[in-house]
Design a protein around this ligand. Structure first.
Ligand code: PA5
Length: 446
């Protein structure tokens, strides 16, 4: 297996008996999840998605990706939360966090509709100037304000630039199979549409059309990504804690949480994982943070953050634990040059590969943080490729679901997000929200 959990740097913080006591709870959580009897059971489609996906639609995704690659130098992906983070995480993890600046034969991929900013919108148009563009708008509900506004802006731009008929060939919509304004509108306009399955929530949807179309446009092998996830779905089936690293991760998180470790920091040493961490934060934060419970997910990129948040991790409030992503082989190396004069005194590093220095920095940091009272878990990732990333995505989705059940929450809803959407609709004057609007406006005035 390419994904393994190493817990030796956390063991000083709990006893083997305390972890073993989770065995029964984990088996119950697994039973709830697999039987579909737990809370949120209408949203379990992601469990079987890596094998049971719609093959006809998958072929259409691949064909649409080729069409976009031919037609456009830039794809604008419009979506927010679970409707964009997975795609961006995968593209950056496998290609680069500087993907758009690379020399490549695939289109740039820009993300819009996840922020409300005139400046960012203006800048995006400048970045796309002179480029042919296509748009993939992604919204399960079809009513989320941020992507809806961005789509209106880009649709207007495309129709003016290319005319209605050609714009139609450049707009791809990923939304609910049958319901919602966006679906209705797309049918009327004749846009090609892809489906967010009913039983797959946004943050669990990266392996549906939501993630797969932009990922394929960036030239990433989505067959291998699905194969990796399918392999993980087999590997992590056994509910026995001692044989399932994915479930052990869920159990140890909850064990530490019950001991007062209410904040988890995902640490990585590679900048191309930064958006993966954003995806992970949304997955865990939105799934677990409810009913006044949950572990707050944060992230750092080292060494950068060793000179920033590193101080807090080492020495601040002792309510946190760390999960380190250890990418064992990125497929790249870079030797440190020799210098006969040794003016910088660094000749002890001459000829050493940057990967070796990175590994040493990681080991030294883990030991220092453990000494500072921070339990460390290490998720070992053997390689940087599609198959292994598919496994990793599934590893975290499944452990998140089990962890949510151990915590006693419904990991598949997001009532908090809905509350803000409602307030925003009301304050913006959406019909039907008049009473709420009056109430909110009165509160803002006082
Ligand atoms: O994970 C989730 O369900 C959310 O983050 C949604 O993805 C997000 O709110 C966007 O919703 P929609 O796709 O309906 O626009």
């Amino acid at each position: 297996m390419s994904i393994r959990l190493e817990d030796k740097y956390a063991r000083a913080f709990f006893t083997p008996a305390e972890l073993a006591a989770f065995d029964k709870e984990v088996k119950e959580a697994d039973e709830l999840l697999r039987s579909g009897k737990g809370p949120g059971s209408d949203f379990l489609g992601w469990i079987k998605l890596p094998k049971n996906y719609d093959k006809e639609e998958f072929a259409r995704i691949q064909a649409a990706a080729k069409k976009i690659q031919k037609k456009a130098q830039a794809l604008i992906v419009i979506g927010i939360g679970g409707s964009y983070l997975g795609a961006r995480a995968v593209i950056e993890f496998l290609k680069s966090n500087n993907y758009n600046s690379l020399k490549k034969n695939t289109p740039d991929v820009y993300f819009a509709g996840n922020i409300i900013s005139a400046d960012a919108t203006r800048e995006l148009f400048e970045l796309c100037e002179g480029k042919d563009i296509c748009v993939n708008v992604i919204s399960k509900s079809g009513t989320t304000t941020e992507p809806a506004v961005a789509f209106r802006i880009f649709r207007d731009y495309l129709e003016k630039k290319y005319g209605e008929e050609e714009a139609k060939e450049r707009i791809f919509v990923t939304t609910d199979r049958a319901r919602g304004t966006l679906k209705q509108f797309s049918t009327e306009k004749g846009y090609e549409t892809f489906v967010v399955p009913d039983d797959v929530g946004g943050r669990f949807s990266v392996l549906s059309a939501v993630g797969l179309l932009p990922i394929a446009v960036a030239g990433i092998d989505i067959v291998k990504l699905m194969e990796g996830a399918a392999s993980a779905s087999e590997e992590f089936k056994n509910p026995d804690l001692s044989k399932n690293d994915c479930y052990r991760y869920a159990a140890i998180r909850n064990l530490l949480y019950r001991k007062g470790k209410t904040l988890e920091v995902l640490a990585s040493y590679e900048p191309f994982t930064a958006m993966f961490s954003e995806w992970w934060k949304q997955l865990y934060g939105e799934s677990e943070g409810k009913d006044q419970k949950g572990i707050f997910p944060a992230s750092v990129i080292f060494s950068t953050d060793l000179h920033s948040l590193g101080q807090f991790i080492q020495d601040g409030t002792r309510n946190l634990f760390e999960t380190v992503l250890d990418l064992e082989d990125t497929g790249c190396s870079f030797p440190i040059p020799a210098d006969a004069a040794n003016v910088d005194g660094l000749n002890f590093l001459s000829g050493m590969d940057m990967n070796k220095v990175k590994k040493t920095a990681m080991e030294g940091t883990i030991l220092a943080h453990v000494d500072g009272g921070v339990p460390n878990l290490v998720v070992k990732i053997s390689e940087r490729n599609e198959f292994v990333l598919g496994e990793l995505l599934y590893f975290f989705e499944l452990s998140c679901a089990i962890s949510g059940y151990l915590l006693g929450v419904n990991p598949f809803n997001q009532p908090g997000v809905e509350s803000y959407k409602k307030n925003m609709f009301a304050l913006l004057g959406k019909p039907g929200y008049e009473d709420l609007r009056a109430d909110l406006e009165a509160r803002l005035k006082n």
